[in-house]
Design a protein. Structure first.
Length: 421
């Protein structure tokens, strides 16, 4: 029996022949009967789930923050894991979306969604980098990056509805890294974009931009609409998975998205990690965004223990495509400080991708397998076997100001997980 949910205590009766033994214990010295910790946790999740169903997105977010602050007290995890959750508060706090928590099998150490959210023993490893993409070199002013000639990136918030342990921008939310990178003066950013006609699209990123108040998003849209050479706005978000009510309980957001469709194309770059995230609520969120005129694309972070199996990735790509989310990028795991345990060799990734593509038709298999390097987006194409194995790569995008050969061969060891300069 797993603890995916406690939707109803009665459901558990069918799963447990010895129901009383699991949930109730008696005192040998008296006639009293006590609830076990498991029953207390189950009732807690059951009550939270009932409350959650009646919430709007803001109330749900606030409740998520509250339960995350005391996650070690109610999650059915070991004492060692409770200690890790407590210690994580001093660095990269655990943040569990209240509805999403219902999808996780908290008692299964190998559950992929559990690994996505629960602090790991391997996070003590401080190898790697807090800036694997060279964002420091791309920053023009605080909150504005200009790495690729045609694209400006606005970091509009440091907040998220949940904290993925692999996050490549975990520095924004890490308490042991004193950094503030979000946009403070929007007018300075707008002035810069206005003076650079080569910029034709703006990517809103974070954190999760969709956490922002709808009026803030509207103000950003309005400011960008005054720049004639901007034809597209892209928004990176995991809220369709983490907080789908953002798109189903706030009609003002959908009205704003519809209002600006006549000015520029709005693309939602959806972050999904696992097929289980495509719940009815998540699918409803995608449908709401489509009705508002948004184009949906998928950007999937490939992570060891989360989605690095053929069956998982194949199902994820197919189901996303089924609900109108166009395949775009599959990102090779980065050497993020305190998150290198999610990495695995490039050769294994290529073998995985090749097998997944063989199971998918042409419309599904068009995603690109990308290593996001400090110098640009490097597509991983294949290997030339031999005594000295070589990796075949192609630069899909290159940092402005530098030149790279379009195709490149890189010497590769079978255990190589990342390519440095």
């Amino acid at each position: 029996m797993t603890s995916h949910t406690c939707n109803g205590i009665a459901e558990l009766w069918d799963d447990f022949p010895d129901f009383e033994e699991l949930f109730l214990v008696s005192d040998a010295n008296s006639s009293r009967i006590y609830a076990t910790p498991y029953l207390i946790n189950c009732i807690y999740l059951f009550v939270i789930n009932l409350i959650f169903k009646a919430m709007n997105w803001k109330e749900e977010l606030i409740e998520s923050i509250k339960i995350s602050q005391h996650a070690e007290e109610w999650l059915p995890v070991s004492a060692l894991e409770r200690d890790r959750i407590s210690k994580a508060k001093q660095q990269f706090p655990m943040m569990v979306p209240v509805g999403y928590a219902d999808l996780v099998d908290w008692e299964n150490p190998d559950d992929p969604l559990r690994q996505l959210l629960l602090p790991s023993e391997w996070e003590v490893d401080d190898s790697g980098s807090f800036d694997t993409s060279g964002e420091e070199f791309s920053t023009i002013i605080q909150g504005l990056q200009h790495k690729y000639e045609q694209t400006a990136v606005l970091i509009v918030t440091q907040a998220c509805a949940g904290h993925c342990r692999y996050c490549f921008r975990r520095r924004l939310m890490s308490r042991d890294v004193l950094v503030k990178e979000t946009i403070e003066d929007l007018q300075d950013a707008i002035a810069y974009i206005s003076m650079h006609p080569e910029i034709d699209n703006v990517l809103l990123s974070g954190g999760d931009p969709m956490i922002c108040h709808t009026n803030r998003l509207k103000n950003i849209f309005n400011a960008l609409a005054a720049i004639p050479h901007i034809w597209q706005i892209r928004i990176s978000s995991k809220l369709p998975a983490f907080l789908p009510s953002r798109f189903t309980s706030d009609p003002n957001l959908l009205e704003v998205l519809q209002e600006y469709q006549s000015r520029f194309q709005i693309v939602i770059q959806c972050h999904y990690d696992h097929p289980r995230e495509l719940t009815p609520a998540s699918i409803a969120a995608l449908e709401s965004l489509q009705k508002a005129g948004c184009l949906l694309t998928s950007q999937i972070a490939l992570m060891k223990g989360v989605n690095n199996t053929v069956d998982t990735l194949t199902e994820l790509f197919k189901r996303l495509h089924r609900y109108g989310v166009i395949p775009q990028y599959l990102f090779h795991p980065r050497p993020v400080k305190h998150a290198t345990h999610f990495q695995f060799p490039i050769v294994e990734g290529l073998e995985l991708v090749e097998t997944v593509r063989k199971r998918c038709n042409g419309s599904v298999k068009r995603f690109r397998y990308i290593l996001t390097h400090a110098d640009g987006k490097l597509e991983l194409l294949g290997v030339i076997p031999g005594e000295s194995m070589q990796l075949i790569t192609k630069w899909q995008q290159v940092r402005k100001g530098i030149e790279k050969p379009e195709l490149m061969l890189v010497n590769l060891h079978k255990n190589t997980c990342w390519i440095d300069n």
